[in-house]
Ligand binder design. Sequence first.
Ligand SMILES: Nc1ncnc2c1ncn2[C@@H]1O[C@H](COP(=O)(O)OP(=O)(O)OP(=O)(O)O)[C@@H](O)[C@H]1O
Ligand SMILES: [Mg+2]
Length: 352
Amino acid sequence: MYLGLDIGRQYVKMVTAEKTKTGYKVIDAGCRLVPEQNATYDPEKIDHSHWVMAVKELFRQQGFNPRKAKGLITGINGSSASIKQITTMEMPSDELESAMTFEARKHIPMDGTDAVIDYQILGSNKKEVDKIDVGLVACTKGVLNNHIDLLKECGLKPGIVDVNPIAMSNAFSFAKDIPDDGLVVMLDIGAVSSTLVVYGKGEQFFTRDLPIGGHHFVKELSEKKEIGYIEAQDLLFKDGLSASKSDSTSDNMNEVGIAERTVYDNLIEDMRRSLRFYAKQTGQSFFLKIFLTGGAAGTPGLSEVVKDKLNIECAVFDPFDSMDGADDVSISNPSQYTTALGLGIRGGMDLG
Ligand SMILES: Nc1ncnc2c1ncn2[C@@H]1O[C@H](COP(=O)(O)OP(=O)(O)OP(=O)(O)O)[C@@H](O)[C@H]1O
Ligand SMILES: [Mg+2]
């Protein structure tokens, strides 16, 4: 049994899964709030001690002993890592190693510690004969050690450390067939930020962190309506985007009659910019569909607005859809478990 553990900034999520002849069977899934319950959420106030407590309480809540797992798989946030597809000359492996280390240092926020890299040769480049495509994942020793220390503080034996954007794409590839042509877009809307992933068969893998998440949805509603954080949160989960519409339409306009830019407009604008960047870099802009994941993906009305504004099909992704065993597990917000499930599956891919 593999344990995928997604340590988010507001919720810790776990998925346990077993490998079967045809794929995976989900055994259990659960989540636990990291900050204090029924209080205004302040991401700045979250530290290791909160995560340690939440992880331990989650295992207790699910009646799960982590020692029973064959492998633990956790993930580093896309914002602390670099995930790049690089085209380079063919070269001996020791040279490639140092070329990739050099490349990684250009892309990760360095914190005075060395870069840790992992790479995989994806194949020869489609356009240039003597070149190869390499998938490169990197972070700093500081980031990795901090993550491993946290796991140890939780009483866990660190296992595979993946990166969240790749876990997202693994969860998707497992649940759905990747079309031969075109690109799949995923947006994981967490609490503090959102992770955009673009990928396709034989296409460039791309990820970017967008600085807006469900916490900003709640905060904006609470300020607009002049209500408390928890009240705003309940209202948002129930009514979604329509909750922030004022009773009289003129309230939503300023003196010159221009509609105020909402947090949703900003998020969609960031998506538009990222997709435009991708298209410019790769010459490929056949975006088939956007799948929303993460805790805030199901905010009522959100996928419709994304579809209308970007003119690309959009839906909330359920990673358990058609998965063995899912009917026996009680899951209230399935999209929230996408990363945890993708991490769990990684165990079966790497450990057999
Ligand atoms: N039923 C719901 N409807 C709408 N939003 C929800 C619902 N349940 C949770 N959320 C929102 O989802 C967000 C948390 O999602 P998630 O668990 O994916 O975040 P996280 O992984 O802890 O954060 P991050 O990825 O930023 O570290 C919160 O902002 C919360 O308000
Ligand atoms: Mg998250």
